[in-house]
Design a protein around this ligand. Sequence first.
Ligand code: ADP
Length: 526
Amino acid sequence: MPNKKQKIAAVLALLVYVFSVLSLFAWLTGKPALYVNLTPFITNNIYPVSSIVLLLLANSLLLQTLQEKKYQQINTISLVLLAMIIAGIEFSSVAFSNRDFSINAYLLSLLPTTDTPKPLTFQVAAALVLFSLSCLLLYIRNFYTVYTSQITQIFIISMIITVSYGYIYNQRTLLEYTKEIGMTFFESLLFILLSLSMLFLKTNEGFLKIASGNSSGAILIRNMLPVIVVLPLILGWVSYLGFKYNFYSERFGAALLQSVTVMLTASILILLAHIISFQETQRKKAERETLRMQQDLAHIVRVNSMGELASGIAHELNQPLAAIQLYAAATQRMIEQTPENKKIDKNLESIKEQTQRVSEIIKRMRSFLRKQQPKVEKVEIEQCVDDVITLLQHKLYQQNIRVVKSFDYPIPMVKVDSIQMTQVILNLFQNAIDAMRNTLDRPSLITVRIYSKRRILHVEINDTGSGISNNEAEDIFNTFFSTKGEDGLGVGLSICRTIIEAHNGRLWFESKENEGSTFFFTLPLA
Ligand code: ADP
């Protein structure tokens, strides 16, 4: 399916096609009204050869917009080649002033018209050759050919608009160079339509791909090109009107035109400089943000692979631990037969207890780290709290943090994924521990409260840490917001909120700076 811009290209090509057919029809049936130009711009005809070449090119453009068609490439290229041959012959006849070659002159002598048989003007013949060549380049699927073709079109449009200046403010711009009226208004209109159709055909390729990007160059070209083309047109016309209605002399008008053009161009440049530098700043900011996110992502990946690694190590450790337990038990039995070694017996008992504890920690760590599908089951939330305390024991010990459990027993069961719940509580504990890192003037204390009310389980985790300032309060649930610099990822709380909300609960907090924070979450009872 052609995209929107290709559809515009097709419509423009169709317009050229229809006008060319009309003009040819008029020539064939001897109805000059259809091919002679409109007043007040009458200067010349659209001659049969122009119509034929335009028709072939428009036809090829139309075919190009139908993307899937088989043999489309061959068909369009043969149409263009035909157009190119006709235009080339006509151009050489004009260039060498040899009327015998001119297809136009030949056709005019055959057609029912009183016009003297003559070749096309230099400008039209050259334009037709240029258009055919440029169409051919456009169809070859290569960046540079498409690029060249598009740049050519932009120059052609600019050129034709220069010609239009002549029509609009009565200065025959090109006439000064060639001493002949080269192109009719109507012809130039068809050329512009054809150029636009060619430009719209491949907006994602070549020069237009660059110009439609968001680089500074693209912004510059998008803003400046229309200004360069349209500004002199409007200014020239206005200054011409002023002169025509006797507001000032022609010389004054010319001076005015020059100074206003310079001033306006300078103002537009200043404005553009601002736009570009603003966009540049925005882009740099976005780039920095992306870089930070990439680093965070790299960290997440690292943490993730660490998890897998830890799970593997835990598995490996289980065997030696079991062996240690076994040896301790066996040695204990041997010692039992010699009762005087009571003290050794006691030590062995401790070894057994400690290895038991290590196995327990490893067991919980493994089940926490194992990647698995969420599994919703009836869970005692107290179990999750205990798991977290076990996992974080060394940190709590290091920072001399006391944990107080204030639970309303019996705690009703909730239907949740226990691993995810452990993760939520672990995150909240971790944040509490981090917040109390610099608490020196009061005891470091984490208080966990669990109670149920109206079939909803409430969990509160309070700390005596730094608290959360009003500024930060708005952001802490945002992904990647962290005040911990290198140590923080800023994803913990947003993950917690997602998990709790997925379980139909709510997560929020209250906090006082320099006193501490309480995080609350609720879960519907099973
Ligand atoms: P991270 O812990 O990686 O920074 P989180 O999303 O878990 O990411 O937390 C975001 C931010 O919220 C933390 O950087 C911290 O500033 C603030 N925060 C969270 N919990 C507490 C708390 N208990 N006390 C003080 N600040 C907290």
